[in-house]
Design a protein around this ligand. Structure first.
Ligand SMILES: [Zn+2]
Length: 75
C-alpha cells in the first residue's frame, strides 16, 4: 500500500510505502515521519502508478490555481 500525503513544512505532495518510517520532502528536504497522526494523508492506493499520478496531478492543479484554494484536493 502506498500513501499520498502532504509535507507539513511546504505543502508539496509526495508518496511513500505504508511501512516506510520516514520520508524526505523532494522540494524542501524536510524529513517527516510517515504516521497518519502526524502528517496529512490524502489517500491510499495499492498501485504505485496511482500514487505517482496523484502527485503529478496535484502539481498541475496547484500550478493553475493561484488563489490558495488547495484544500479541496481529493476531499
Ligand atoms: Zn516540503
Amino acid at each position: 500500500m502506498y500513501l499520498v500525503f502532504m509535507c507539513p513544512r511546504c505543502g508539496s505532495l509526495r508518496y511513500a510505502r505504508e511501512n516506510q518510517k520516514t520520508a524526505g520532502c523532494f522540494k524542501c528536504g524536510y524529513r517527516m515521519t510517515v504516521d497518519p497522526t502526524k502528517i496529512r494523508i490524502l489517500f491510499k492506493t495499492d498501485k504505485s502508478e496511482e500514487a505517482i499520478a496523484a502527485v503529478q496531478k496535484y502539481k498541475i492543479t496547484r500550478g493553475r490555481a493561484q488563489n490558495g484554494s488547495n484544500n479541496n484536493f481529493l476531499e
